[in-house]
Design a protein around this ligand. Structure first.
Ligand code: C5P
Length: 219
């Protein structure tokens, strides 16, 4: 058993564990492990490598070879194989991919060792879903932080507003780029597609245009 103390903070999304873990670590001068970030990074890395998430051993192999740096490009920054993915891992896609790779037992095993490496003197605050149950079962203190689902939804809503339009714009551009540039079934209009720009149209106007175009095809 390690002498180095760990405070494990687990709980559902929106319970505030990330913020609490960060502040507790700061006040104690301890290191911080945001284990969710590891799952997010693995999800984004698998996506960039066009891996099929059904191929569990490939995802696990990837988890073992990822080169990750935390904080080298400013506080909270994440560098994956030399590329800054700090924003990408926090997108909705990043959240979705994280929970998909998190459901792969071999990927969890592969990330296990990496998480143990964060246990350095004088101590660690680790937040996630299984810090107290699986990764640091000998933690000095285990907190399960929770909040009602309606309160968590309110917090998420406030976060989205705080994130602002610029960040949402970045998310959209990033996802478009990824969808457009992927080798398999990229996003692009078919040669014979009609390009319909909905920017200045109401839903009814778009529906009407589709119906008009369809009628023209049939006549
Ligand atoms: O905590 P965060 O929202 O960043 O975690 C993203 C996702 O990663 C979670 O929804 C969960 O599916 C997965 N996760 C996990 N085990 C952890 C941390 C995160 O399965 N210890």
């Amino acid at each position: 058993m390690s002498e180095i103390p760990v405070i494990a903070i687990d709980g559902p999304s929106g319970s505030g564990k990330g913020t609490i873990a960060e502040q507790v670590a700061k006040q104690l001068g301890f290191g911080l492990l945001d284990s969710g970030a590891l799952y997010r990074i693995l999800g984004i890395a698998a996506h960039k490598a066009n891996l099929d998430l059904a191929n569990h051993s490939q995802v696990a192999d990837l988890a073992r070879t990822l080169e990750i740096e935390f904080g080298s490009n400013g506080p909270g920054s994440v560098i994956l194989n030399g590329e800054d993915v700090s924003a990408a891992i926090r997108t909705d896609l990043g959240s979705d991919l994280a929970s998909q790779v998190g459901a792969i037992p071999a990927a969890r095993d592969a990330l296990f060792e990496r998480q143990l490496q964060f246990r350095n003197a004088p101590g660690l605050v680790a937040d996630g879903r299984d810090m107290g149950t699986v990764v640091f079962p000998d933690a000095s203190l285990k907190i399960f932080l929770t909040a009602s689902v309606s309160e968590r939804a309110q917090r998420r809503y406030k976060q989205l507003i705080a994130k602002g339009i610029d960040a949402i714009l970045r998310d959209l551009k990033e996802r478009d780029k990824r969808d457009t540039e992927r080798p398999v079934s990229p996003l692009k209009p078919a040669e014979d597609a009609v390009i319909l720009d909905s920017s200045d149209l109401t839903i009814e106007e778009v529906v009407d245009q589709v119906l008009v175009l369809f009628a023209a095809k049939r006549s």
